[in-house]
Design a protein around this ligand. Structure first.
Ligand code: FES
Ligand SMILES: [Fe+2]
Length: 442
């Protein structure tokens, strides 16, 4: 077994120009290092503010093995703390979500904390007189996460004190969140309809790569698209389609369609697939909604918002959003060979309910493990995780479209089937797996 911890050169050697070594998917040692380095210094999506609408609402989750919680404050802001009592470490909340009222109370010895994390009360406090409790971490109340940014209600955190500043880390790719949020004439989204969860026996990178894989639908999803095409056979091209048909049929578009949709990469592993058009571009127009959007944002901005319907935008490494339908996928790595995927639908304030129905329908049809699409992908991901144990070839090919000039270009827009979008993810992975975080600011 390679000792990766003490050998940054060995980690760097796993990511070559046009291929990656199988250990990036298989090694538990690398996964432990990812928890410590990669997921600590990159910015992770924690949740959407609408998951905690009222003061006292909390949402607890694990981020890179750490228990954390989002808490809505009385002033309307959202704060994030570790879900860990300052006394001996019990988790303050055990439910995933709920309302704690005006304070948190630990179930072990009943220390209590205000919503802002400050200690409210300690039972039988006289026992601490003359001790050093107040100088110790345990006397400081709940530990806030060191770096938290609320970008248009999307809450991101950086677990390490060191690392790139939020704006530097994401840069222009934040426009994909603007595009999603601005689809609301009121500028407000809220999650709705529950969450679809799927634990897949594969490495998280396979899932993220696949989000940018525009050459697999033709083969992997052949049966679903052929079945849809057979059902719709005989209908006119302009005939209005039922929602499910409108959403599934475009998956059957050929290689050329997916190639021409175009892709773009950004520094730090982020990407946009479908810069020109996508499988979502052909959804039926909604004239009243478009008028409301023009009234809210002006004709030019409304046009700009609506004409962009990217297939996927990856905010590496934990979030993928679409502008239309209004959905997001959250990627939660659990171990080297287990990944939790969450698919959420958004309700768009000021928009017709039909748009929410589209989001719900899309999630059910495409991202649910019981859907006609995701089960094909899940089967492949689990097969990859097993197949890579074979002898004779320890490498995964990312050669499609490789061009050495891609290292020097600052803005990289390319054809949709170029595996540059995947190479870009691995280059960022190698960078953030270095023992020291690459850029230190904020
Ligand atoms: S561990 Fe929470 S009060 Fe003791
Ligand atoms: Fe797929």
């Amino acid at each position: 077994m390679t000792n990766y911890r003490d050998r940054p050169d060995a980690i760097a050697a796993l990511v070559q120009d046009d291929r990656v070594h199988r250990d990036v998917y298989l090694s538990e040692e690398l996964f432990a290092l990812e928890q410590e380095r990669f997921f600590a210094t990159t910015w992770l999506f924690a949740g959407h503010a609408s998951q905690v609408p009222q003061a006292g609402d909390y949402w607890s989750l694990e981020l890179a093995g750490r228990p954390v919680m989002m808490v809505r404050q009385t002033d309307g802001s959202v704060r994030m703390f570790y879900n860990r009592c300052a006394h001996k470490g019990a988790q303050l909340v055990s439910e995933e979500s709920g309302n704690t009222g005006k304070f948190f109370r630990c179930p072990y010895h009943a220390w209590s904390y205000k919503l802002d994390g400050k200690t409210l009360a300690i039972p039988f406090k006289s026992g601490y007189e003359g001790t050093r409790l107040s100088e110790c971490e345990s006397g400081q109340g709940l530990t806030p996460l060191p770096q938290v940014v609320n970008y248009r209600d999307f809450i991101f955190v950086r677990l390490s004190k060191e690392g790139p500043a939020f704006a530097d880390y994401f840069g222009e790719v934040l426009q994909s969140i603007d595009n999603l949020a601005d689809r609301s004439p009121e500028g407000r989204l809220s999650v709705g309809g529950g969450v679809l969860r799927n634990i897949i026996q594969c490495n998280w990178k396979m899932y993220l790569e696949n989000i940018n894989d525009a050459v697999h639908p033709m083969s992997t999803h052949e049966s679903a698209t052929q079945a849809a095409a057979a059902l719709w056979h005989g209908h006119g091209a302009d005939e209005p389609k039922p929602m499910a048909m409108e959403q599934i049929l475009p998956f059957g578009s050929g290689y050329e369609f997916f190639d021409k949709m175009g892709g773009r990469v950004f520094a730090n592993g982020h990407s946009l697939l479908g810069v020109n058009f996508s499988i979502h571009s052909g959804y039926a127009q909604l004239p009243d909604y478009e008028a409301a959007l023009q009234a809210a944002h002006g004709a030019e901005r409304a046009h700009e918002i609506l004409q962009r319907s990217p297939q996927n935008c990856v905010l590496f490494p934990s979030l993928a959003v679409k502008g239309s339908p209004q959905v997001m996928r959250v990627i939660r790595p659990l171990s080297a060979n287990r990944t939790l995927i969450e698919a959420w639908s958004f309700r768009v304030a000021g928009a017709p309910e039909l748009m929410f129905e589209r989001a719900m329908s899309y999630n059910r049809l495409v991202f649910s493990p019981m859907s006609v699409v995701a089960h094909d992908d899940v089967r492949i991901f689990e097969s990859l995780q097993k197949g890579l144990h074979a002898d004779g070839n320890e490498w995964v090919s990312l050669h499609r479209g490789f061009d050495a000039a891609e290292y020097s270009a600052t803005t990289l827009t390319t054809n949709g089937t170029n595996e540059l979008l995947m190479r870009n993810q691995f280059r960022a992975w190698a960078k953030f797996m270095a023992p020291q975080p690459p850029a230190s600011s904020s």
